[in-house]
Design a protein around this ligand. Structure first.
Ligand SMILES: Nc1ncnc2c1ncn2[C@@H]1O[C@H](COP(=O)(O)OP(=O)(O)OP(=O)(O)O)[C@@H](O)[C@H]1O
Length: 354
């Protein structure tokens, strides 16, 4: 188990981390997800021992490691910009962490060669052992970086936007591959990403960060289905955020009353695009007009204009869409199937749209 307790870190007067606590169980792959500047890399560097916290502790497998040097922590790293040694072959890059060991800690040459061959096989680069980094594609270099990090058999693997510099297709392949590799080797890993799709697809647990604080920790399904704060709601996936007011257990959305057991106050109603149903115009539901239809592979996004100047994003399956028989400019009725309210930071409360 890897643990950070009450970590605070300032850069000058700026607080980059504010009382952050986190546990990473053995064998789990955890994503630190958040916008730029939220403190993800700072937390990773503190875990690694590359930076020291102002307050708080790092505990690795039950032993306090806060003051320990990076090289004594048994941690492997992979960074966004493949920091491979340009003058060394792929095999020598992978062997590096073992060959620099001193005295009896250094395995015999034959053992190093055996491990390098096994790692090359693992990252599917067996034919490329003698190449130099400049003779590899970006995705291949990241796989070498990963093999190099794994060579020393780290107890924890840290990855900072490992696929950030790669194009979308390679990125997708590599993240599937990382997930498989993780499952096969039973690694404990923490990776930084600002890409919510990557976090949801790859991680066992996602830690959502904002402004140096943890907003929520949960499985991908938990943070998507039960966002704990307005920030998490907005950050994960598309969402319609509708400002409104709760009064006496009712909020008014598009001229219709929605029951909600929340306290009175200024509120935001969150509705995911796939939680909105469309139908033929009728008196019972709010009316809207179709502004734009975009076919995005298996789903269709429909942008709606509502009378009071609000816009709504709706998502429907291709099948559901074709049954609607709508076009740009069509009038439709809008059914909010699920609405969740936050009053200030408090919430969420489920709305009852009837
Ligand atoms: N060495 C430093 N000196 C001063 N400020 C720093 C330093 N390192 C980080 N910061 C600041 O701390 C904040 C958090 O940075 P951090 O790199 O942890 O964010 P991040 O969530 O990883 O962002 P990104 O996704 O852009 O890498 C940022 O506002 C950054 O400017």
């Amino acid at each position: 188990m890897i643990e950070v307790q009450n970590i605070t870190k300032h850069f000058g007067a700026f607080r980059a981390l504010d009382n952050v606590s986190l546990q990473v169980p053995k064998g789990k792959l955890v994503a630190l997800l958040g916008p730029s500047g939220s403190g993800k890399t700072t937390l990773l560097r503190i875990l690694a021992g590359l930076d020291a916290p102002d307050h708080g502790r790092v505990i690795l497998d039950g032993i306090e490691a806060t003051g320990q040097k990076a090289r004594d922590r048994g941690i492997g790293f992979v960074f966004q910009h493949y920091a491979l040694f340009r003058h060394m072959t792929v095999a020598d890059n992978i062997a590096f962490g073992l060959t620099v060991r001193k005295g009896k800690d250094r395995p015999p040459r034959a053992e190093i060669d055996r491990r390098v061959a096994a790692l090359l096989d693992l990252v599917q680069l067996s034919g490329l052992a003698g190449r130099y980094p400049t003779q590899l594609s970006g995705g291949q270099r990241q796989r070498v970086a990963l093999a190099r990090a794994l060579a020393v058999e780290p107890r924890l693997l840290l990855l900072d936007e490992p696929f950030g510099a790669l194009d979308a297709q390679v990125r997708k392949e590599l993240r599937r591959w990382l997930r498989r590799l993780h499952d096969e080797l039973g690694l404990t890993g923490v990776f930084v990403t600002h890409d919510q799709e990557e976090a949801l697809e790859v991680a066992d647990e996602v830690v959502v960060m904002n402004k140096g604080r943890i907003e929520q920790i949960g499985t991908p399904a938990e943070i998507y289905d039960q966002p704990a704060t307005p920030f998490v709601f907005g950050f994960l996936g598309h969402v319609n955020a509708l400002p409104c007011r709760v009064e006496g257990g009712t909020a008014c959305l598009f001229g219709r009353a929605v029951g909600v057991a929340a306290p009175d106050g200024e509120a935001i109603a969150f509705v995911r695009p796939h939680e909105i149903g469309l139908g033929l115009p009728g008196a019972a539901q709010p009316q809207a007009s179709v502004r734009q239809i975009s076919v995005l592979g298996p789903v269709v996004r429909i942008d709606l204009d509502l009378p009071e100047g609000t816009t709504l994003e709706v998502e429907a399956s291709r099948d559901a869409f074709s049954q609607l028989e709508i076009d740009r400019g069509s009038a439709v009725s809008v059914l909010l199937r699920r609405v969740r309210f936050f009053v200030g930071e408090a919430g969420p409360w489920e709305g009852d749209a009837g």
